[in-house]
Design a protein around this ligand. Structure first.
Ligand SMILES: *Cc1c(COP(=O)(O)O)cnc(C)c1O
Length: 348
């Protein structure tokens, strides 16, 4: 979802941006107008996440998947990187990185428990120094698994925050590299946000393709070639909206409240079931099962009719999954729980 205020503002400015008679989509990515947009987006993100001046901010192409490879190409060209595997997105990141340099070591996983939780700090390999970096996925979007802690490791920490960036406070200074496809929790598809420490960037090996080269992109202000200008413009509006809502502190409180309402209903009923351990439950993606899988189709059809969309679980896991990202209002979650209660009553 995108916040309605953001869509309305984009609509109002669509044909005529700041009385220029042009749409922002029609402007050069090197125009003064777009300079202002990208600068504003960066500043707002810095404020929202309290990004220290030790870190660079980039808005790049290719989504999170491109980062799986670009990261490994530039930081794992020799030696080994460590990965924590908590589900499908970490597995994909591992697969991508394993073809570079000396490959990867998996230093923690709950695969044998069907990824029903994040591994604890004690369960991770204790010796983590000497790696190029340690990569993990703070929120596994498909499985609905959230790390309740930031791993304490002795090599640079890298995280794929695609589905939970800006949903809760994080101490950016603990991370050397953060990336997040914007289409999940920021809203617009087409860009990936990268936050990298300057110290970490000095260790990078030049990428073959300059569009993927982090140092070139820092130097070129995310405009080595034409970036996805409209997505950056929309991201800036989302950041503006988030600030007007009280920033990450407020949205995080709201997110916890939203998640709590939904998990409470699931836990208090025999009709629905959550496959994820309590401590590792995502605030963003809530997978759940009906007590009888034969009712899945009916549930989804009736949910659609009630204007509750995108509730089918990922094709690989089945069941249901409610994604309740930042822009999902509390009312949306309440509407879902009312629907679920009524569905259980009628089909009990
Ligand atoms: C969606 C997602 C990805 C892949 O994103 P793309 O931008 O489509 O490449 C990677 N990691 C996580 C955690 C995701 O949720």
């Amino acid at each position: 979802m995108l916040p309605e205020d953001v869509l309305l503002k984009a609509q109002a400015e669509l044909l005529d941006y700041e009385s220029t008679g042009m749409s922002i989509m029609e402007m050069s990515h090197r125009s003064a107008y777009f300079d202002e947009v990208i600068e504003s987006a960066k500043m707002r993100l810095r404020r929202l996440m309290s990004i220290p001046s030790t870190h660079e901010v980039m808005f790049l192409h290719g989504g999170a998947t491109t980062q799986f490879y670009a990261l490994a190409e530039q930081f794992n060209s020799s030696g080994v990187a460590a990965y924590i595997n908590t589900g499908q997105w970490s597995s994909k990141a591992i697969k991508a990185a394993s073809t570079y340099g000396g490959g990867v070591d998996v230093i923690g996983t709950t695969e044998d428990e069907n990824f029903c939780r994040a591994p604890t700090q004690d369960e991770l390999t204790q010796q983590t120094d000497g790696y190029n970096y340690v990569h993990y996925t703070p929120n596994e979007t498909i499985g609905g698994v959230r790390f309740p802690y930031v791993p304490d490791v002795s090599s640079p920490l890298v995280a794929d925050f695609s589905s939970s960036i800006l949903s809760e406070y994080i101490d950016v200074s603990k991370f050397d590299f953060i990336y997040a496809g914007a289409q999940k929790n920021i809203g617009p598809a087409g860009i990936v946000v990268v936050i990298a420490s300057k110290a970490f960037l000095t260790r990078s090996k030049k990428a073959k393709n300059p569009i993927f080269d982090y140092c070139a992109q820092v130097k070129g202000d995310s405009r080595v070639n034409t970036p996805s200008t409209y997505s950056i413009y929309l991201a800036n509006l989302v950041f503006e909206w988030l600030e007007s809502q009280g920033g990450v502190a407020h949205i995080s409180m709201l997110n916890q409240q939203k998640a709590k309402i939904l998990y409470s209903l699931i836990d208090s009923s025999d009709y629905y079931h959550s496959p994820i351990d309590r401590d590792s439950r995502s605030w963003m993606n809530v997978p759940f099962q009906l007590h009888d899988n034969n009712l899945n189709k009916k549930f989804l059809e009736e949910a659609d009719a009630a204007r509750l969309y995108n509730l089918a679980g990922h094709r690989s896991v089945g069941g249901m999954r409610a994604s309740i990202y930042n822009a999902m209002p509390l009312d949306g979650v309440i509407a879902l729980t009312e629907f679920m209660t009524e569905f259980a009553r009628q089909n009990g």
